[in-house]
Design a protein around this ligand. Sequence first.
Ligand SMILES: [Fe+2]
Length: 321
Amino acid sequence: MTLKERYNDWYAKHGAQFKAVSPKYDVVYTVSKENPIVFEDSANVLLSAAIIADTHLPNREKAEINLNNVFVDLENSPEKFDAFLMAGDIVDYGTKNEYKRFFRPLDNQKKVSKLLVTLGNHDARFFYKQNSKIVMNKVDEYLGIKTNGKSYYSYDINGYTFIIMCTEKAVLEKAYISDEQIAFIDKELARGTKDGKPVFVMCHQPFANMHGLPEVWETGDLGEQNDRVRAVMEKYKNVFFINGHLHGGIYKNVQDTVNEENGVYSISIPGYRKPNNFGIQDCGVGYFMEVYADRIVFRARKFITGEYITGEYTRLEYKLK
Ligand SMILES: [Fe+2]
């Protein structure tokens, strides 16, 4: 079966359902300046980041405007943002025009110094080769590195290491993580944690049995290499695993513990473009992160309208070990 046939086959089976859960395309949100992002202790922040997931961009102008709202909101903040993270499912169907829509706001923004992105299953499932090239060329451009045909990488910001994982072949839902990538994660975690600093790992898919899995989505986990990747992450102290994919919203399952003793935690970022499944279900929501010498704080933000969100699990604090 050709890719096109696979796609048509999938669309015949799931297209109607897929359209039904898609958001109302005509809504364009505006960003309020009334409550800009202010850090809890701005003078002592060592690293900051805005994090979103699952932008699922269609080739529509209004969706691009709504994505750009993240940067409008960050621009309105008096704070300095070191990084922007997008945890995969950049676009919806995997076409080149959708990527143009996604990357234009990132290209044009001037607020955040480093942009870190990864592919999700929507990016990889039909056109993995084409799309990993599009995305990784942008990674090279944004970070000034050479990923040399690999879809995973690491990058240090303010002395903190970010490890960006990614599937290495077309997958419908789960990821394929090679032995080489697992060894790379291990090596980079060892390097990044050697002086006691936390390390941030990002992957689109979460670990099995976390964030309400498998009940919330029977096949929504990382896949075959799940246990091996998890075992590597559990060896190190203060590891923060940032993922998307579940569109869970903000509720009790937004964060989970991978290894309590070592301070390894997983955070499931809500989906940006579509309403989420549980708790606070608003679209356009992500978290921003403030890293201090002894603790890390994640706070929920409705970037799409420039508003804070209050309620349970909208502020997560971790004391470093
Ligand atoms: Fe996904």
